[in-house]
Structure formats: structure tokens, C-alpha cells
Design a binder for this molecule. Structure first.
Ligand SMILES: Cc1cc2nc3c(=O)[nH]c(=O)nc-3n(C[C@H](O)[C@H](O)[C@H](O)COP(=O)(O)OP(=O)(O)OC[C@H]3O[C@@H](n4cnc5c(N)ncnc54)[C@H](O)[C@@H]3O)c2cc1C
Length: 234
């Protein structure tokens, strides 16, 4: 218990390596370890990020899913600012290379639950962040079908990473779609193909995760096979 509390409350110091704005209000932020202290997480979980030495950051912290795997030896996060960035994100997205960010956690238990069942990941918008971690982690797993249905209008965050996983793993199927309706079409085809042998992982805003969960249940997927990650705040 003392160890768990220690990992959650003791900060892992990071420094900004790179901030990209690949499209519209999307940001990809790469952070390096600032010291020998490294972070340990299970792909799919999140962290609590604070911005020490920065002023005017509003509440001063946000939760972000860690969009990478420990093997990358760095921490990647993905976010959106909306039309007007919150005080926190206005500061975050304008940090400079070398600026300090603190990470605490890991937070949550989202991630692949089963070593053999097919994996179906269903993302809306920036909800795709935990799936970059889970997909990279499954790159070498050719024992079962793995699908990612990524619904986003116009821009699909981390698309090239997912295409890279699909190139390396013939059992990984990447299905980017442009709308919730197209996502439902893919979900129906997937249910027809895999039924309830699969686990269905949902990530996104509370509203969309709820709607997708309802849709899956209506089409025969048992609730116990549906694992959700709600990115509260959207
Ligand atoms: C486990 C977990 C993982 C997450 N992973 C990610 C991730 O990978 N990427 C990501 O971008 N986000 C993620 N989030 C959500 C993230 O923590 C933020 O809540 C989210 O990004 C919104 O932050 P913001 O600063 O843009 O908006 P905020 O300032 O936090 O506002 C959130 C919402 O509340 C509204 N709001 C704010 N203040 C007020 C007010 N005074 N009155 C009325 N309405 C108000 C805003 O309009 C907005 O709709 C995650 C959350 C959790 C819990």
C-alpha cells in the first residue's frame, strides 16, 4: 500500500522534447525523463500531469492517457484544445523544449483484459490516446484478431502509428472512419464476425462511450465483454 501511494503521489519529472500541432486543435506532446526516475504503467492507463514553474494554469493539473509503451523510453500524450484553450492547455501547448512537466500515477485500470480473446478497440476523437499504447503493445501478438475502429471527423490522430502496427501485424486491422454512423457500421460487421468471443474496449467522451456501449449491448454483446474508459472533461 505504501509503495502504491508512493508511486501515485511522488512525481516523475519530465521535460518537453517536442510539441506538434498536426491538425486543427490537436496536439501531440512528447516528454523525456528528466532524471533516473522512470514511470511504470500498463498500456491503456493514464497519468496526472502538472506544470511546475508555470503560472496561470487554472486548476493546475489534467489527466491524460499515456499514449505509448514503456519501450519508447519517453512519455507521449495527445490532446485537443477546442476553439478556446483552457488556461491549463494554453500553457501546456506553448511550453518550450526542456520545460518541466511532472507526472504522477498510473491512474485507472483500462487496458487489455485477456491474453487470448480477440480485441476490438472503438475510439471517438481524442479518445484514441489509450489505444495507441494498447496497439503498440499488441504489435507482436499474432495469436488473435485485433481491430481498431477510430471515428473522427477530418483528422485521425496517430493514424501513421496505427498503419505501422497494421504493416507489422497482419492480424491487426485498422479501420479509420469519418462519423459515428460509419463507426456503427463497422461495429455491426465486427459483432457479426467475432460476436461475444471478443472484448470490446471503448474510449472517448462520456456521451459517446455511453452511446456505443448501448449500441453494442443492443446487438448482443454482453456487458461483461465491454470495457470502458471515459475521458471526463469532454
Ligand atoms: C482517465 C482519463 C484519461 C484522459 N485522457 C485524456 C487524453 O488522453 N487526452 C485529453 O485531451 N484528455 C484526456 N482526459 C480529459 C482531460 O483530463 C481533460 O478533462 C480534458 O482534456 C478537458 O480539459 P480542458 O482543459 O480542455 O477543459 P476544462 O477546462 O477541464 O473543461 C472541461 C469542460 O468543462 C467545461 N467547463 C470548464 N469550466 C467550466 C465552468 N466554470 N463552467 C461551465 N463549464 C466549464 C469546459 O467547457 C469543458 O467542456 C482524460 C481524463 C481522464 C479522467
Amino acid at each position: 500500500m505504501a509503495n502504491t501511494l508512493n508511486t501515485i503521489f511522488k512525481a516523475t519529472p519530465l521535460t518537453v522534447a517536442d510539441i506538434q500541432n498536426p491538425a486543427a486543435d490537436y496536439y501531440i506532446i512528447k516528454l523525456n525523463y528528466a532524471t533516473d526516475r522512470h514511470f511504470d504503467w500498463k498500456p491503456g492507463t493514464a497519468g496526472l500531469f502538472t506544470l511546475p514553474h508555470q503560472k496561470n494554469t487554472g486548476s493546475g493539473f489534467r489527466f491524460f492517457s499515456i499514449a505509448g509503451v514503456p519501450d519508447e523510453h519517453a512519455i507521449t500524450i495527445g490532446t485537443r484544445t477546442g476553439k478556446t484553450a483552457s488556461a491549463y492547455k494554453a500553457v501546456l501547448t506553448h511550453l518550450h523544449k526542456g520545460d518541466r512537466v511532472n507526472l504522477r500515477g498510473p491512474i485507472g485500470s483500462f487496458g487489455v483484459k485477456n491474453d487470448s480473446a480477440p480485441v476490438v478497440m472503438i475510439a471517438s476523437g481524442v479518445g484514441v490516446t489509450p489505444f495507441r499504447a494498447m496497439a503498440l503493445d499488441l504489435t507482436a501478438d499474432q495469436t488473435r484478431p485485433i481491430k481498431l475502429i477510430q471515428s473522427a471527423h477530418g483528422f485521425h490522430l496517430f493514424q501513421s502509428d496505427f498503419e505501422g502496427v497494421a504493416q507489422k501485424n497482419a492480424r491487426f486491422e485498422y479501420l479509420p472512419v469519418e462519423s459515428g454512423k460509419d463507426a456503427q457500421t463497422q461495429m455491426l460487421a465486427t459483432i457479426k464476425e467475432l460476436g461475444d468471443s471478443a472484448y470490446y474496449y471503448l474510449s472517448g467522451s462520456s456521451k459517446i462511450v455511453k452511446a456505443n456501449k448501448q449500441f453494442l449491448k443492443q446487438h448482443g454483446v454482453p456487458a461483461r465483454q465491454i470495457i470502458t474508459d471515459v475521458q471526463f472533461g469532454y
